[in-house]
Design a protein around this ligand. Structure first.
Ligand code: GLY
Length: 608
């Protein structure tokens, strides 16, 4: 991270300033900082721990756990449980996710794979009908797309391994929130409205989310007593009820016989998920991905997520480029080209490692990165789809086989980042896939089922290119979730993640580059306009990105952007500042703005 002289001076001052000169940030130290009179607060700085999420109630619950002596893992679980209440269209106990944890005592990074699995009855033809792939949206709203949820098991197993509080205690605040309710905001209202048609086809989804036949009004109180009861059952049974009990039986029934209103005129295909599939679910502890970048250690989630491998490969490709010295157009061109190429490799090589040989070490080798970076022309964009390279025998600048385009993935999901007073850090991304998942609420249980299995390729993505992401019994679909923790000399400096389907990877990379190479503060890097190039002829783009002066230089180089700009990602992040404070950052605008909080807020005069 380049350090300008002025900042070196202020850091030196911070080191010698008496504590009395530090300015406690309003509200007073120790108070919750996740909301202000003006709404959620996207940035907080201070001591004793930090939480950042997309939702103020969830962040407040996580911060309260820290304040009462819980650690970062406890806070992440409590925050995630609350998000299942207030952000149920992105994540919840009906879905899965990936948990990355830095353990301050051992100075190691650990990961937990809580990805959903396909039922034992699944095979390559899961999404084929008469030999052809189903239309994507018909697959989404179906029992076929529902994988065995991994989120409750992730909470249970993360707490068992690294937590300090019982699951029951950490689920209680979320249970209370579901019972007493929270205030509906624009984002919640919009998410119901955009799903209203399919929610209205399922009586359980309709009764919950469309009371009186319409989305809940902004400003009204939304309660979910059935979810509160389900949380209480999970808490009492240590999640066993969802894997071996009555909730498991209800999930299997719902998937096998989707409870659709016969008058809705919607064809909802049943799935084959069984109680045995639920009983057999296991999380997996996996070795994190690791790359060195600018003297830092960057850790992420390995396969079946492509997040850590693809972010890591792109960083390796950019390591030899002087991004800090480039003008903004040249820098953004290199960023876009790195992910264009890395996605070609991701699509060819990454899937569930239990089903195909994922050459993870080779994908992250500097030799492979250099052989791919040599394709980047500083003055001209490559034509997509770029062909994948072969990390097992890197050929510099090779461009032989046909390329595989990146299949569509849902753009929802959510991310939680926490840190505690001991220096432990969590980056946890969780999801039910599409906004609203499968659209199917389990009757009487108050939560939506995922549609994660649509993250599988329905058919090989390009003829002649092997696809490691076809469905199979018990297999985990490839993910793009990229919870990331960065260390300097074994200690955390940054933790970051985002929702956004395949754009998660480009978003996390862009935030890392913004912070590590471009001298943006973390809040600036989070807020910066985004683009996402995933080996497609046009990159996904935000309107603000198109409107910035540097974009002209990108277009001159042949970069092309989608005609319809769309919001990309919703980052939450935490940084350990050099003066020892935590900086928690969330979105100022995207998804209605996120919520950052620290246990003991302290502002210094030079904070920008
Ligand atoms: N469903 C989003 C992801 O796994 O990347």
């Amino acid at each position: 991270m380049p350090v300008p002289r002025a900042r070196l001076l202020t850091r030196a001052l911070a080191a010698v300033l008496p504590v009395a000169l530090l300015v406690p940030a309003a509200p007073a130290a120790g108070a919750d900082t996740s909301t202000t009179a003006h709404g959620p607060q996207p940035v907080a700085r201070g001591y004793l721990g930090a939480v950042s999420s997309i939702d103020a109630d969830a962040t407040a619950i996580g911060t309260a756990v820290l304040r009462k002596g819980g650690n970062a893992v406890d806070a992440a679980v409590a925050t995630a449980a609350a998000l299942g209440v207030t952000d149920p269209f992105s994540a919840g106990i009906g879905g899965g996710g990936f948990f990355v944890y830095y353990d301050a005592k051992s100075r190691t990074v650990r990961t937990l794979d809580g990805r959903e699995t396909a039922p034992a009855a699944a095979d390559e033809s899961l999404f084929l009908e008469n030999g052809s792939p189903l239309p994507f949206w018909e697959a989404v709203t179906s029992g076929l797309s529902v994988g065995v949820p991994g989120t409750p098991a992730t909470w249970r197993d993360a707490l068992k391994a690294w937590g300090s509080r019982p699951l029951a205690a950490l689920m209680r605040p979320a249970e209370r929130l579901a019972r007493s309710g929270f205030t509906v905001d624009e984002t919640f209202h919009r998410q119901v409205a955009s799903n209203a048609e399919r929610f209205s086809a399922f009586p359980a989804s309709r009764d919950l989310f469309l009371p009186g036949g319409a989305p809940p009004e902004v400003g009204s109180t939304f309660t979910n007593p059935e979810l509160a009861d389900t949380y209480a059952r999970l808490a009492a049974t240590g999640t066993a009820d969802l894997y071996n009990g009555e909730v498991a039986a209800d999930i299997a029934d719902t998937v096998q016989d989707p409870p659709v209103d016969p008058d809705a005129g919607l064809t909802v295909r049943p799935g084959k998920l069984t109680v045995e599939d639920l009983a057999g679910y296991r999380t997996a502890e996996r070795e994190p991905t690791h790359v060195r970048y600018r003297g830092l250690d960057v850790y992420g989630m390995p396969a079946p997520s492509s997040g850590g491998l693809t972010v890591g490969q792109a960083l390796n490709m950019l390591e030899t480029k002087d991004l800090a010295g480039m003008d903004e157009s040249a820098y953004l061109h290199h960023f876009l080209e790195s992910t264009r190429i890395a996605f070609a490799d991701r699509n060819r090589w990454i899937g569930d490692p239990a089903y195909s040989d994922v050459p993870s070490a080779e994908l992250l080798s500097q030799e492979f990165a250099d052989s791919r970076a040599c394709l980047i022309d500083p003055d001209s964009a490559l034509t997509s789809p770029v062909a994948p390279g072969d990390p097992r025998s890197p050929q510099p600048c090779a461009q032989a086989a046909p390329g595989a385009p990146t299949p569509y993935e849902g753009e929802h999901t959510t991310h939680v980042t926490t840190a505690d007073k001991w220096g432990n850090v969590v980056a946890y991304t969780l999801t039910i896939e599409q906004e609203g998942g499968s659209g199917i609420v389990v009757p009487g249980r108050g939560f939506l089922l995922n549609n994660e299995l649509t993250d599988f390729s329905f058919a090989p993505s390009a003829s002649g290119v092997p696809d490691p992401n076809l469905p199979a019994a018990g297999k985990r679909p490839r993910s793009s979730m990229a919870p990331t923790i960065v260390l300097r000399h074994g200690k955390p400096v940054l933790a970051v993640g985002s929702p956004g389907g395949a754009s998660i990877i480009t978003t996390v990379l862009q935030v890392l580059l913004g912070r590590l190479d471009r001298d943006l503060t973390l809040p600036e890097a989070v807020a910066a306009p985004r683009a996402s190039q995933r080996n497609s002829p046009t990159a996904q783009v935000e309107r603000a990105f198109l409107e910035q002066p540097a974009t002209a230089g990108l277009i001159e180089r042949g970069q092309r952007f989608a005609d319809t700009p769309s919001e990309i990602g919703a980052v939450t992040a935490v940084e350990r500042l050099r003066d020892g404070r935590w900086l928690a950052a969330a979105e100022p605008e995207r998804r209605g703005g996120g919520s950052a909080s620290v246990v003991l807020p302290v502002r210094l005069p030079w904070d920008r």
